[in-house]
Design a protein around this ligand. Structure first.
Ligand code: HEM
Length: 571
Protein backbone atom coordinates (compact mmCIF):
# COMPACT_ATOMS: atom_id res chain seq x y z
CA UNK A 1 0.00 0.00 0.00
CA UNK A 2 1.41 3.32 -0.92
CA UNK A 3 -1.31 5.56 0.38
CA UNK A 4 -0.23 8.42 2.50
CA UNK A 5 -1.37 8.03 6.06
CA UNK A 6 -0.92 9.48 9.46
CA UNK A 7 -1.71 12.98 8.39
CA UNK A 8 -2.04 14.02 11.96
CA UNK A 9 -4.79 14.67 14.40
CA UNK A 10 -5.11 18.28 13.48
CA UNK A 11 -8.55 18.79 14.80
CA UNK A 12 -7.58 21.41 17.26
CA UNK A 13 -4.46 22.35 15.58
CA UNK A 14 -4.37 24.28 12.37
CA UNK A 15 -7.35 26.08 13.60
CA UNK A 16 -5.32 27.44 16.48
CA UNK A 17 -2.20 28.68 15.06
CA UNK A 18 -1.08 30.52 18.17
CA UNK A 19 -1.51 27.56 20.43
CA UNK A 20 0.03 25.15 18.07
CA UNK A 21 2.80 27.39 16.89
CA UNK A 22 4.05 27.47 20.40
CA UNK A 23 3.82 23.72 20.66
CA UNK A 24 5.54 23.10 17.37
CA UNK A 25 8.29 25.58 18.02
CA UNK A 26 11.63 24.04 18.69
CA UNK A 27 13.81 25.35 21.47
CA UNK A 28 14.92 28.83 20.65
CA UNK A 29 18.63 29.24 21.13
CA UNK A 30 18.36 32.96 21.51
CA UNK A 31 18.27 32.77 25.28
CA UNK A 32 16.20 35.93 25.23
CA UNK A 33 13.99 36.52 28.18
CA UNK A 34 12.04 39.68 27.84
CA UNK A 35 11.37 40.73 31.28
CA UNK A 36 8.34 39.16 32.76
CA UNK A 37 6.65 40.89 35.57
CA UNK A 38 5.42 39.72 38.87
CA UNK A 39 3.67 42.54 40.59
CA UNK A 40 1.79 43.98 37.68
CA UNK A 41 -0.08 41.58 35.47
CA UNK A 42 -0.92 42.33 31.85
CA UNK A 43 -3.71 44.70 31.03
CA UNK A 44 -7.02 43.09 31.80
CA UNK A 45 -5.62 40.74 34.40
CA UNK A 46 -5.98 41.55 38.05
CA UNK A 47 -3.70 39.92 40.53
CA UNK A 48 -5.56 38.73 43.56
CA UNK A 49 -2.68 36.94 45.15
CA UNK A 50 0.32 37.86 43.10
CA UNK A 51 2.01 34.62 43.84
CA UNK A 52 2.54 33.55 40.26
CA UNK A 53 5.27 34.74 38.04
CA UNK A 54 3.09 35.73 35.16
CA UNK A 55 5.04 36.67 32.09
CA UNK A 56 4.01 37.69 28.67
CA UNK A 57 5.66 35.98 25.75
CA UNK A 58 5.18 37.21 22.26
CA UNK A 59 6.64 34.68 19.89
CA UNK A 60 8.56 35.29 16.73
CA UNK A 61 5.71 33.58 14.95
CA UNK A 62 3.29 35.85 16.72
CA UNK A 63 5.21 38.94 15.89
CA UNK A 64 5.22 37.95 12.28
CA UNK A 65 1.47 37.52 12.22
CA UNK A 66 0.85 40.57 14.29
CA UNK A 67 1.15 43.25 11.68
CA UNK A 68 -0.37 41.25 8.84
CA UNK A 69 2.16 42.68 6.44
CA UNK A 70 3.12 41.08 3.16
CA UNK A 71 5.47 38.32 3.28
CA UNK A 72 9.04 37.59 2.98
CA UNK A 73 9.49 34.04 1.76
CA UNK A 74 12.78 33.81 3.55
CA UNK A 75 11.42 34.08 7.08
CA UNK A 76 10.85 30.81 8.85
CA UNK A 77 9.22 30.39 12.19
CA UNK A 78 11.27 28.01 14.31
CA UNK A 79 9.93 24.49 14.23
CA UNK A 80 7.46 24.93 11.40
CA UNK A 81 7.66 22.37 8.63
CA UNK A 82 10.34 23.28 6.11
CA UNK A 83 7.97 22.90 3.21
CA UNK A 84 5.66 25.62 4.44
CA UNK A 85 5.83 28.61 2.14
CA UNK A 86 5.96 31.50 4.55
CA UNK A 87 4.14 34.63 3.90
CA UNK A 88 5.65 36.61 6.70
CA UNK A 89 8.22 39.29 6.69
CA UNK A 90 11.43 39.15 8.67
CA UNK A 91 11.51 40.74 12.06
CA UNK A 92 12.61 44.30 11.66
CA UNK A 93 15.99 45.13 13.19
CA UNK A 94 14.20 47.64 15.44
CA UNK A 95 12.00 44.89 16.84
CA UNK A 96 14.94 42.66 17.47
CA UNK A 97 16.56 45.57 19.22
CA UNK A 98 13.53 45.88 21.50
CA UNK A 99 13.71 42.20 22.27
CA UNK A 100 17.36 42.33 23.06
CA UNK A 101 17.14 45.46 25.16
CA UNK A 102 14.28 44.19 27.21
CA UNK A 103 16.15 40.95 27.65
CA UNK A 104 19.19 42.75 28.98
CA UNK A 105 17.08 44.83 31.29
CA UNK A 106 15.36 41.77 32.56
CA UNK A 107 18.63 40.07 33.27
CA UNK A 108 19.74 43.19 35.10
CA UNK A 109 16.52 43.07 37.11
CA UNK A 110 15.39 46.43 35.73
CA UNK A 111 12.21 45.49 34.00
CA UNK A 112 10.17 43.91 36.73
CA UNK A 113 7.56 46.64 36.77
CA UNK A 114 7.53 47.42 33.11
CA UNK A 115 5.22 45.90 30.65
CA UNK A 116 7.38 43.40 28.85
CA UNK A 117 7.65 43.35 25.12
CA UNK A 118 8.23 39.91 23.81
CA UNK A 119 10.36 36.81 23.74
CA UNK A 120 11.23 34.37 21.05
CA UNK A 121 9.19 31.34 21.65
CA UNK A 122 10.16 27.91 22.82
CA UNK A 123 8.11 24.77 23.30
CA UNK A 124 5.80 24.55 26.33
CA UNK A 125 8.46 22.38 27.95
CA UNK A 126 11.02 25.15 27.71
CA UNK A 127 8.52 27.87 28.49
CA UNK A 128 7.52 26.14 31.68
CA UNK A 129 11.14 25.76 32.71
CA UNK A 130 11.70 29.42 31.98
CA UNK A 131 8.53 31.13 33.11
CA UNK A 132 6.91 28.74 35.57
CA UNK A 133 3.48 27.13 35.25
CA UNK A 134 1.62 30.14 33.80
CA UNK A 135 2.60 32.49 31.01
CA UNK A 136 1.06 34.47 28.20
CA UNK A 137 1.34 34.36 24.43
CA UNK A 138 -0.12 36.95 22.19
CA UNK A 139 -1.48 36.30 18.76
CA UNK A 140 -2.69 39.44 17.09
CA UNK A 141 -5.47 40.71 19.28
CA UNK A 142 -5.75 37.39 21.12
CA UNK A 143 -4.11 36.63 24.42
CA UNK A 144 -3.42 33.02 25.26
CA UNK A 145 -2.89 32.12 28.89
CA UNK A 146 -0.78 28.97 28.98
CA UNK A 147 -1.21 26.68 31.96
CA UNK A 148 1.33 23.98 32.72
CA UNK A 149 0.49 22.51 36.10
CA UNK A 150 -2.20 20.05 37.14
CA UNK A 151 -3.76 22.31 39.84
CA UNK A 152 -4.09 25.15 37.33
CA UNK A 153 -5.73 22.90 34.73
CA UNK A 154 -8.07 21.68 37.42
CA UNK A 155 -9.05 25.22 38.37
CA UNK A 156 -10.11 26.09 34.83
CA UNK A 157 -11.75 22.78 34.01
CA UNK A 158 -13.81 22.75 37.16
CA UNK A 159 -15.11 26.23 36.43
CA UNK A 160 -16.28 25.58 32.89
CA UNK A 161 -19.95 26.14 32.22
CA UNK A 162 -22.70 24.08 30.65
CA UNK A 163 -21.50 24.73 27.10
CA UNK A 164 -17.70 24.64 27.17
CA UNK A 165 -15.93 26.27 24.25
CA UNK A 166 -12.70 24.77 22.98
CA UNK A 167 -12.09 27.22 20.16
CA UNK A 168 -13.93 28.50 17.16
CA UNK A 169 -12.68 26.02 14.50
CA UNK A 170 -12.89 28.83 11.98
CA UNK A 171 -11.28 26.95 9.11
CA UNK A 172 -13.56 23.94 9.37
CA UNK A 173 -16.58 26.19 9.68
CA UNK A 174 -15.63 28.05 6.53
CA UNK A 175 -15.82 24.81 4.59
CA UNK A 176 -19.20 23.85 6.08
CA UNK A 177 -20.58 27.36 5.41
CA UNK A 178 -19.40 27.39 1.81
CA UNK A 179 -20.94 24.00 1.09
CA UNK A 180 -24.15 24.58 3.06
CA UNK A 181 -23.41 21.73 5.46
CA UNK A 182 -24.42 21.55 9.11
CA UNK A 183 -21.78 21.70 11.83
CA UNK A 184 -20.65 18.65 13.78
CA UNK A 185 -19.51 18.24 17.41
CA UNK A 186 -16.16 19.96 16.83
CA UNK A 187 -17.53 22.97 14.99
CA UNK A 188 -20.78 23.58 16.85
CA UNK A 189 -21.00 25.73 19.97
CA UNK A 190 -23.44 26.71 22.71
CA UNK A 191 -26.89 25.30 23.15
CA UNK A 192 -26.91 23.75 19.68
CA UNK A 193 -23.71 21.89 20.45
CA UNK A 194 -25.23 20.68 23.71
CA UNK A 195 -28.30 19.30 21.92
CA UNK A 196 -26.14 17.62 19.29
CA UNK A 197 -23.93 16.02 21.97
CA UNK A 198 -27.03 14.75 23.79
CA UNK A 199 -27.98 12.91 20.61
CA UNK A 200 -24.49 11.71 19.69
CA UNK A 201 -23.60 10.59 23.21
CA UNK A 202 -26.16 7.83 23.08
CA UNK A 203 -24.82 4.42 22.18
CA UNK A 204 -21.26 5.69 22.43
CA UNK A 205 -20.37 7.45 25.63
CA UNK A 206 -20.97 4.92 28.37
CA UNK A 207 -18.68 1.91 28.72
CA UNK A 208 -21.63 -0.49 28.61
CA UNK A 209 -22.83 1.11 25.36
CA UNK A 210 -19.41 0.88 23.77
CA UNK A 211 -19.37 -2.80 24.74
CA UNK A 212 -22.13 -3.33 22.15
CA UNK A 213 -19.48 -2.92 19.46
CA UNK A 214 -17.23 -5.71 20.74
CA UNK A 215 -18.25 -8.21 18.06
CA UNK A 216 -17.89 -5.65 15.27
CA UNK A 217 -14.44 -4.67 16.50
CA UNK A 218 -13.38 -8.30 16.90
CA UNK A 219 -14.43 -8.92 13.31
CA UNK A 220 -12.12 -6.12 12.12
CA UNK A 221 -9.33 -7.37 14.41
CA UNK A 222 -9.60 -10.83 12.89
CA UNK A 223 -8.93 -9.33 9.46
CA UNK A 224 -6.11 -7.21 10.84
CA UNK A 225 -4.43 -10.31 12.30
CA UNK A 226 -4.73 -12.06 8.93
CA UNK A 227 -3.21 -9.08 7.10
CA UNK A 228 -0.42 -8.80 9.66
CA UNK A 229 0.34 -12.48 9.26
CA UNK A 230 0.53 -12.14 5.50
CA UNK A 231 2.92 -9.26 5.86
CA UNK A 232 5.11 -11.20 8.30
CA UNK A 233 5.14 -14.21 6.01
CA UNK A 234 6.22 -12.06 3.07
CA UNK A 235 9.16 -10.56 4.98
CA UNK A 236 12.67 -12.01 4.71
CA UNK A 237 12.76 -13.13 8.36
CA UNK A 238 9.15 -14.33 8.36
CA UNK A 239 8.17 -12.10 11.29
CA UNK A 240 8.97 -8.53 10.31
CA UNK A 241 6.60 -5.57 9.87
CA UNK A 242 8.52 -2.47 8.75
CA UNK A 243 6.05 0.30 9.65
CA UNK A 244 3.51 -0.67 12.27
CA UNK A 245 1.95 2.83 12.45
CA UNK A 246 0.89 2.43 8.82
CA UNK A 247 -0.83 -0.87 9.61
CA UNK A 248 -2.55 0.61 12.64
CA UNK A 249 -3.76 3.59 10.61
CA UNK A 250 -5.67 1.32 8.24
CA UNK A 251 -6.92 -0.79 11.10
CA UNK A 252 -8.23 2.25 12.98
CA UNK A 253 -9.93 3.66 9.90
CA UNK A 254 -11.65 0.36 9.16
CA UNK A 255 -12.69 -0.05 12.79
CA UNK A 256 -14.13 3.43 13.30
CA UNK A 257 -15.96 3.31 9.96
CA UNK A 258 -17.52 -0.01 10.85
CA UNK A 259 -18.61 1.28 14.27
CA UNK A 260 -20.01 4.57 13.01
CA UNK A 261 -21.43 3.67 9.60
CA UNK A 262 -21.83 -0.10 10.04
CA UNK A 263 -20.01 -0.65 6.76
CA UNK A 264 -16.71 -2.33 5.96
CA UNK A 265 -14.64 -0.23 3.58
CA UNK A 266 -11.89 -2.69 2.68
CA UNK A 267 -8.86 -1.05 4.35
CA UNK A 268 -7.52 -4.45 5.39
CA UNK A 269 -7.91 -6.12 2.05
CA UNK A 270 -4.88 -6.85 -0.08
CA UNK A 271 -6.26 -4.57 -2.74
CA UNK A 272 -8.01 -1.58 -1.23
CA UNK A 273 -11.19 -0.49 -3.09
CA UNK A 274 -10.78 2.65 -5.19
CA UNK A 275 -13.40 4.63 -3.22
CA UNK A 276 -11.54 3.99 0.02
CA UNK A 277 -8.21 4.92 -1.53
CA UNK A 278 -9.69 8.18 -2.77
CA UNK A 279 -11.12 8.86 0.67
CA UNK A 280 -7.77 8.24 2.40
CA UNK A 281 -6.01 10.51 -0.09
CA UNK A 282 -8.53 13.26 0.49
CA UNK A 283 -7.99 13.10 4.25
CA UNK A 284 -4.30 13.69 3.58
CA UNK A 285 -5.12 16.46 1.11
CA UNK A 286 -7.38 18.25 3.54
CA UNK A 287 -4.92 18.08 6.45
CA UNK A 288 -1.85 19.06 4.43
CA UNK A 289 -3.56 21.99 2.80
CA UNK A 290 -5.16 23.18 6.01
CA UNK A 291 -1.62 23.92 7.13
CA UNK A 292 -1.28 26.46 4.34
CA UNK A 293 -4.80 27.71 4.87
CA UNK A 294 -3.99 28.32 8.52
CA UNK A 295 -0.78 30.18 8.06
CA UNK A 296 -1.22 32.02 4.76
CA UNK A 297 -3.30 35.18 4.51
CA UNK A 298 -6.73 34.91 2.95
CA UNK A 299 -5.80 36.92 -0.12
CA UNK A 300 -3.51 34.10 -1.28
CA UNK A 301 -6.42 31.67 -1.51
CA UNK A 302 -7.44 32.67 -5.00
CA UNK A 303 -3.82 32.82 -6.21
CA UNK A 304 -2.44 29.55 -4.85
CA UNK A 305 -3.91 26.07 -5.17
CA UNK A 306 -4.02 25.20 -1.45
CA UNK A 307 -7.52 26.52 -0.69
CA UNK A 308 -9.18 24.64 -3.54
CA UNK A 309 -7.34 21.47 -2.50
CA UNK A 310 -8.39 21.96 1.10
CA UNK A 311 -12.05 22.32 0.07
CA UNK A 312 -11.80 19.39 -2.37
CA UNK A 313 -10.36 17.23 0.41
CA UNK A 314 -13.27 18.00 2.70
CA UNK A 315 -15.82 17.61 -0.09
CA UNK A 316 -14.61 14.09 -0.83
CA UNK A 317 -14.69 13.23 2.89
CA UNK A 318 -18.25 14.47 3.18
CA UNK A 319 -19.46 12.73 0.03
CA UNK A 320 -17.90 9.49 1.27
CA UNK A 321 -19.91 9.90 4.49
CA UNK A 322 -23.07 10.89 2.64
CA UNK A 323 -22.89 7.82 0.44
CA UNK A 324 -22.71 5.55 3.49
CA UNK A 325 -25.59 7.42 5.14
CA UNK A 326 -27.73 7.17 2.00
CA UNK A 327 -27.07 3.43 1.81
CA UNK A 328 -28.16 3.08 5.43
CA UNK A 329 -31.32 5.09 4.79
CA UNK A 330 -32.18 2.79 1.89
CA UNK A 331 -31.64 -0.26 4.11
CA UNK A 332 -33.91 1.18 6.80
CA UNK A 333 -36.54 2.02 4.21
CA UNK A 334 -36.40 -1.51 2.80
CA UNK A 335 -36.72 -3.02 6.27
CA UNK A 336 -39.70 -0.85 7.05
CA UNK A 337 -41.41 -1.79 3.82
CA UNK A 338 -40.94 -5.50 4.27
CA UNK A 339 -41.67 -5.80 7.97
CA UNK A 340 -43.16 -2.56 9.35
CA UNK A 341 -41.64 -0.51 12.19
CA UNK A 342 -41.63 -3.37 14.68
CA UNK A 343 -39.49 -5.49 12.35
CA UNK A 344 -36.85 -2.79 11.76
CA UNK A 345 -33.71 -3.83 13.59
CA UNK A 346 -31.91 -1.15 15.50
CA UNK A 347 -28.42 -2.43 15.00
CA UNK A 348 -25.46 -0.08 15.01
CA UNK A 349 -24.73 3.56 15.73
CA UNK A 350 -25.89 5.17 12.47
CA UNK A 351 -29.01 3.05 12.36
CA UNK A 352 -29.81 4.11 15.90
CA UNK A 353 -29.15 7.80 15.22
CA UNK A 354 -31.32 7.85 12.13
CA UNK A 355 -34.21 5.92 13.62
CA UNK A 356 -34.24 7.48 17.09
CA UNK A 357 -35.63 10.68 15.61
CA UNK A 358 -33.08 12.88 17.34
CA UNK A 359 -30.82 13.43 14.37
CA UNK A 360 -31.91 14.19 10.81
CA UNK A 361 -29.94 12.67 7.92
CA UNK A 362 -28.56 16.19 7.29
CA UNK A 363 -27.32 16.43 10.90
CA UNK A 364 -25.75 13.00 10.57
CA UNK A 365 -23.98 14.14 7.39
CA UNK A 366 -22.51 17.07 9.30
CA UNK A 367 -21.44 15.09 12.36
CA UNK A 368 -20.19 11.68 11.33
CA UNK A 369 -17.27 12.86 9.18
CA UNK A 370 -16.01 14.83 12.19
CA UNK A 371 -16.17 11.73 14.37
CA UNK A 372 -14.39 9.78 11.68
CA UNK A 373 -11.57 12.33 11.50
CA UNK A 374 -11.14 12.11 15.27
CA UNK A 375 -11.06 8.35 15.47
CA UNK A 376 -8.08 7.32 13.36
CA UNK A 377 -4.74 8.99 14.15
CA UNK A 378 -5.64 9.01 17.82
CA UNK A 379 -5.93 5.27 18.35
CA UNK A 380 -3.38 4.29 15.72
CA UNK A 381 -0.61 6.41 17.22
CA UNK A 382 -1.41 5.29 20.76
CA UNK A 383 -1.21 1.65 19.69
CA UNK A 384 2.11 2.29 17.96
CA UNK A 385 3.64 3.86 21.07
CA UNK A 386 2.29 1.09 23.29
CA UNK A 387 3.89 -1.66 21.19
CA UNK A 388 7.12 0.29 20.90
CA UNK A 389 7.46 0.48 24.67
CA UNK A 390 6.36 -3.09 25.24
CA UNK A 391 9.00 -4.25 22.79
CA UNK A 392 11.61 -2.26 24.69
CA UNK A 393 10.49 -3.60 28.06
CA UNK A 394 10.38 -7.40 27.75
CA UNK A 395 9.67 -7.92 31.45
CA UNK A 396 6.56 -5.72 31.28
CA UNK A 397 5.50 -7.50 28.12
CA UNK A 398 5.98 -10.88 29.82
CA UNK A 399 3.81 -9.77 32.77
CA UNK A 400 1.17 -8.51 30.35
CA UNK A 401 1.27 -11.79 28.43
CA UNK A 402 0.71 -13.66 31.68
CA UNK A 403 -2.28 -11.45 32.51
CA UNK A 404 -3.70 -11.81 28.98
CA UNK A 405 -3.52 -15.58 28.72
CA UNK A 406 -4.78 -15.89 32.28
CA UNK A 407 -8.03 -14.28 31.14
CA UNK A 408 -8.11 -15.09 27.43
CA UNK A 409 -6.21 -18.30 26.69
CA UNK A 410 -4.67 -18.76 23.25
CA UNK A 411 -7.31 -19.38 20.60
CA UNK A 412 -10.03 -17.45 22.45
CA UNK A 413 -11.32 -14.04 21.50
CA UNK A 414 -11.46 -11.37 24.24
CA UNK A 415 -14.78 -9.98 25.40
CA UNK A 416 -15.60 -6.69 27.08
CA UNK A 417 -16.11 -8.31 30.49
CA UNK A 418 -12.54 -9.72 30.47
CA UNK A 419 -11.02 -6.29 30.81
CA UNK A 420 -12.44 -5.83 34.30
CA UNK A 421 -9.77 -8.35 35.35
CA UNK A 422 -6.90 -7.01 33.28
CA UNK A 423 -5.45 -4.07 35.25
CA UNK A 424 -2.01 -4.22 33.64
CA UNK A 425 -3.45 -3.93 30.14
CA UNK A 426 -5.33 -0.80 31.18
CA UNK A 427 -2.24 0.53 32.94
CA UNK A 428 -0.16 0.05 29.77
CA UNK A 429 -2.61 2.19 27.81
CA UNK A 430 -2.81 4.83 30.52
CA UNK A 431 0.95 5.06 30.72
CA UNK A 432 1.21 5.29 26.94
CA UNK A 433 -1.29 8.15 26.87
CA UNK A 434 0.52 9.86 29.75
CA UNK A 435 3.78 9.84 27.81
CA UNK A 436 2.14 10.68 24.47
CA UNK A 437 -1.13 12.50 25.05
CA UNK A 438 -2.67 12.42 21.60
CA UNK A 439 -3.79 16.01 22.01
CA UNK A 440 -0.68 17.46 23.62
CA UNK A 441 -2.18 20.96 23.88
CA UNK A 442 -5.87 21.69 24.31
CA UNK A 443 -7.80 24.81 25.18
CA UNK A 444 -10.87 26.36 26.72
CA UNK A 445 -12.43 29.78 26.43
CA UNK A 446 -14.56 30.67 29.41
CA UNK A 447 -17.16 32.82 27.70
CA UNK A 448 -19.74 33.50 30.35
CA UNK A 449 -17.85 34.79 33.37
CA UNK A 450 -14.61 36.10 34.80
CA UNK A 451 -12.61 33.38 36.44
CA UNK A 452 -9.86 33.22 38.98
CA UNK A 453 -6.92 31.01 38.15
CA UNK A 454 -3.62 30.83 39.97
CA UNK A 455 -4.46 33.90 42.00
CA UNK A 456 -5.33 36.06 39.00
CA UNK A 457 -8.73 37.18 37.89
CA UNK A 458 -9.20 36.74 34.15
CA UNK A 459 -11.83 38.51 32.08
CA UNK A 460 -14.53 36.72 30.10
CA UNK A 461 -13.40 35.18 26.83
CA UNK A 462 -9.84 34.55 27.95
CA UNK A 463 -8.35 31.68 25.97
CA UNK A 464 -6.66 29.18 28.28
CA UNK A 465 -4.17 26.80 26.77
CA UNK A 466 -3.69 23.48 28.57
CA UNK A 467 -0.14 22.17 28.16
CA UNK A 468 -1.01 18.50 28.72
CA UNK A 469 2.27 17.10 27.47
CA UNK A 470 4.23 19.13 30.02
CA UNK A 471 1.83 18.39 32.86
CA UNK A 472 1.77 14.65 32.33
CA UNK A 473 5.57 14.60 32.51
CA UNK A 474 5.72 16.63 35.71
CA UNK A 475 8.19 14.84 38.03
CA UNK A 476 6.30 16.07 41.10
CA UNK A 477 3.31 13.97 40.03
CA UNK A 478 5.03 11.20 38.09
CA UNK A 479 8.50 10.31 39.41
CA UNK A 480 10.92 9.44 36.59
CA UNK A 481 8.39 11.03 34.24
CA UNK A 482 10.07 10.10 30.97
CA UNK A 483 10.21 6.39 31.64
CA UNK A 484 7.53 3.88 30.72
CA UNK A 485 6.23 2.49 34.02
CA UNK A 486 2.68 1.13 33.71
CA UNK A 487 2.94 -0.15 37.27
CA UNK A 488 2.56 3.41 38.53
CA UNK A 489 -1.14 3.06 37.69
CA UNK A 490 -1.54 -0.15 39.68
CA UNK A 491 -2.75 0.49 43.18
CA UNK A 492 -1.16 -2.58 44.74
CA UNK A 493 2.31 -1.70 43.55
CA UNK A 494 2.18 1.87 44.79
CA UNK A 495 3.58 2.95 48.08
CA UNK A 496 1.02 5.07 49.94
CA UNK A 497 2.66 8.36 49.14
CA UNK A 498 2.38 7.80 45.41
CA UNK A 499 -1.18 6.61 45.36
CA UNK A 500 -2.61 10.06 45.41
CA UNK A 501 -1.71 11.09 41.88
CA UNK A 502 -3.23 14.40 40.93
CA UNK A 503 -6.51 13.71 39.10
CA UNK A 504 -5.62 16.26 36.42
CA UNK A 505 -2.02 15.06 35.99
CA UNK A 506 -2.95 13.03 32.93
CA UNK A 507 -6.30 13.66 31.24
CA UNK A 508 -5.71 12.39 27.69
CA UNK A 509 -9.39 12.35 26.78
CA UNK A 510 -10.12 15.80 28.16
CA UNK A 511 -12.57 16.59 30.87
CA UNK A 512 -16.23 17.37 31.47
CA UNK A 513 -19.19 17.47 29.12
CA UNK A 514 -17.02 18.40 26.14
CA UNK A 515 -14.55 15.55 26.72
CA UNK A 516 -13.82 13.00 24.01
CA UNK A 517 -16.96 11.47 22.56
CA UNK A 518 -15.14 8.37 21.33
CA UNK A 519 -13.23 7.57 24.52
CA UNK A 520 -14.96 4.29 25.32
CA UNK A 521 -14.79 3.06 21.75
CA UNK A 522 -11.12 3.99 21.56
CA UNK A 523 -10.33 2.21 24.83
CA UNK A 524 -12.24 -0.91 23.85
CA UNK A 525 -10.69 -1.00 20.38
CA UNK A 526 -7.15 -0.69 21.78
CA UNK A 527 -7.74 -3.22 24.57
CA UNK A 528 -9.18 -5.80 22.18
CA UNK A 529 -6.36 -5.43 19.68
CA UNK A 530 -3.51 -5.38 22.21
CA UNK A 531 -4.93 -8.48 23.87
CA UNK A 532 -4.93 -10.37 20.59
CA UNK A 533 -1.43 -9.24 19.64
CA UNK A 534 0.15 -10.06 22.99
CA UNK A 535 -1.75 -13.34 23.24
CA UNK A 536 -0.35 -14.49 19.91
CA UNK A 537 3.05 -12.83 19.54
CA UNK A 538 6.11 -11.82 21.40
CA UNK A 539 6.82 -8.35 20.03
CA UNK A 540 10.42 -7.25 19.55
CA UNK A 541 11.95 -4.10 18.14
CA UNK A 542 13.31 -4.63 14.64
CA UNK A 543 17.06 -3.92 14.61
CA UNK A 544 16.75 -1.06 12.10
CA UNK A 545 14.34 0.86 14.33
CA UNK A 546 16.69 1.89 17.11
CA UNK A 547 15.69 4.69 19.46
CA UNK A 548 12.45 6.44 18.54
CA UNK A 549 11.50 9.89 19.75
CA UNK A 550 8.29 11.79 19.35
CA UNK A 551 7.83 14.70 17.02
CA UNK A 552 4.95 17.06 17.38
CA UNK A 553 3.04 16.93 14.15
CA UNK A 554 0.27 18.04 16.43
CA UNK A 555 -0.24 14.43 17.37
CA UNK A 556 2.91 13.06 18.85
CA UNK A 557 4.10 10.79 16.10
CA UNK A 558 7.28 8.70 15.97
CA UNK A 559 10.19 10.51 14.30
CA UNK A 560 10.76 7.45 12.08
CA UNK A 561 9.13 4.21 11.05
CA UNK A 562 8.64 1.78 13.91
CA UNK A 563 9.65 -1.63 12.60
CA UNK A 564 8.69 -4.58 14.78
CA UNK A 565 9.16 -8.33 14.82
CA UNK A 566 6.13 -10.42 15.71
CA UNK A 567 7.48 -13.72 17.01
CA UNK A 568 4.84 -16.45 17.12
CA UNK A 569 4.25 -17.74 20.67
CA UNK A 570 3.92 -21.46 21.27
CA UNK A 571 0.39 -22.19 22.45
C1 HEM B 1 -6.66 7.33 21.91
C2 HEM B 1 -7.78 7.79 21.41
C3 HEM B 1 -8.34 9.19 21.61
C4 HEM B 1 -7.90 10.22 22.38
C5 HEM B 1 -6.67 10.25 23.28
C6 HEM B 1 -8.82 11.32 22.21
C7 HEM B 1 -8.70 12.55 22.82
C8 HEM B 1 -9.60 13.59 22.69
C9 HEM B 1 -9.49 14.85 23.35
C10 HEM B 1 -8.38 15.28 24.29
C11 HEM B 1 -10.57 15.59 22.98
C12 HEM B 1 -10.87 17.02 23.46
C13 HEM B 1 -11.65 16.94 24.74
C14 HEM B 1 -11.78 18.24 25.48
O1 HEM B 1 -11.67 19.30 24.86
O2 HEM B 1 -11.99 18.20 26.72
C15 HEM B 1 -11.37 14.80 22.08
C16 HEM B 1 -12.55 15.23 21.51
C17 HEM B 1 -13.30 14.46 20.66
N1 HEM B 1 -13.06 13.16 20.30
FE1 HEM B 1 -11.49 12.01 20.88
N2 HEM B 1 -9.79 10.94 21.33
C18 HEM B 1 -9.56 9.64 20.96
C19 HEM B 1 -10.34 8.86 20.11
C20 HEM B 1 -11.54 9.25 19.56
C21 HEM B 1 -12.38 8.41 18.74
C22 HEM B 1 -12.11 6.93 18.39
C23 HEM B 1 -13.46 9.18 18.37
C24 HEM B 1 -14.66 8.80 17.53
C25 HEM B 1 -15.17 7.62 17.44
C26 HEM B 1 -13.30 10.48 18.97
C27 HEM B 1 -14.19 11.53 18.83
C28 HEM B 1 -14.05 12.76 19.43
C29 HEM B 1 -14.99 13.85 19.23
C30 HEM B 1 -16.22 13.84 18.33
C31 HEM B 1 -14.53 14.92 20.01
C32 HEM B 1 -15.15 16.32 20.11
C33 HEM B 1 -16.14 16.34 21.26
C34 HEM B 1 -16.84 17.69 21.41
O3 HEM B 1 -16.26 18.73 21.13
O4 HEM B 1 -18.01 17.67 21.82
N3 HEM B 1 -12.11 10.48 19.69
N4 HEM B 1 -10.76 13.58 21.92
Amino acid sequence: MTLETGSGFLLFAFLHRGIFCSFLAQPSDSGINTGGYQEKPAAGLISTAGSWSLREVRTAETLALWDGEPASPSWKAPGLPRTLPHSRRELRPSELQVLLESSRKCEAGESRKRRPSSALCGSPVLNKAKYGPIWINRLGPQIHVNLASAPLLEQVMRQEGKYPVRNDMELWKEHRDQQGLTYGPFTMQGQQWYRLRQALNQRLLKPAEAALYTDALNEVIEDFMTRLNQQRAESASGDHVPDIAHNFYFFALEAVCYVLFEKRIGCLERSIPQDTKTFVRSVGLMFQNSLYATFLPKWTRSLLPFWRRYLDGWNTIFSFGKKLIDQKLEEIEAQLQTGGPEKAQISGYLHFLLTSGQLSPRDAEGSLPELLMAGVDTTSNTLTWALYHLSKNPEIQAALHEEVVGMVPAGQVPQYKDFAHMPLLKAVLKETLRLYPVVPVNSRVIVDKEIEVGGFLFPKNTQFVFCHYVVSRDPCIFPEPDSFQPQRWLRKSQPDALRAQHPFGSVPFGYGVRACLGRRIAELEMQLLLTRLIQQYEVALAPETGEVTSVARIVLVPNKKVGLRFLQRQS
